[in-house]
Design a protein around this ligand. Sequence first.
Ligand code: PEP
Length: 252
Amino acid sequence: MRRKIVAGNWKMNLTFQQAKELALRLNTWVKTNKPVAEIIVAPTHLYLEQLNKDLANSHIIVASQNVSAMENGAYTGDVSAEQLLSIGTKMSIVGHSERRAYHHEQDKYIGKKITHLYEHGMSPILCVGEKLEDRDSGRHFDVVEEQITVALERQNVDDLKNLIVAYEPVWAIGTGKTASPDQAQEMHAFIRKTIGGQHGISVANSTSILYGGSVNAGNARDLFEQYDIDGALVGGASLKLDDFTTIISARK
Ligand code: PEP
């Protein structure tokens, strides 16, 4: 089933105390307001263990922002799926454009991360999205199709039930420039069709596709009205409780 989801990617922001306070205030808001959307927050790895404890039995899922493509071993600075799971983390963002840009992560490598997550009973939020030059040259569908098909080609169909994909055009991330609802809908429908062609209609129809890229309290509602937009992956606006909760409330 397609789930309605609003996820916050906190990136390399917030001190430990600030992250804890934001998480606890969000949890209080969720208990009072009982939103329709499932809520995910992704703090830095360092805070996962504590936030997993603080938000245990809440309606907020705590995800990591990244996971190693390797199993445990001599990979200095990496964190494996097994290690994340051992502190209660069950979900991880993979393939974020900042990992692709600054750490040269490519689709096959991202696919390995997804495989490790599934091997440990965890699940990915797979981020895809084109750069501005791809859109300007009309290659945006080709780029996203390749990102999806390569990252998912070695995965088991049964694992892909309830997959979460985030369409995040790189030109919209942190820029204040959002894809229009029509542009986002067009790409979300294309992503669903691509997944259907590769893994079958039932996987496509159970995939939740989130839009990401400068989502804020003012534009979320129009985006959520689009048929194939199941929710949002939010960066900057997820750091401000009022903005984030306004976005969550817009997901009816
Ligand atoms: C992101 O990085 O996942 C993101 C969507 O950021 P922002 O909302 O700040 O554009």
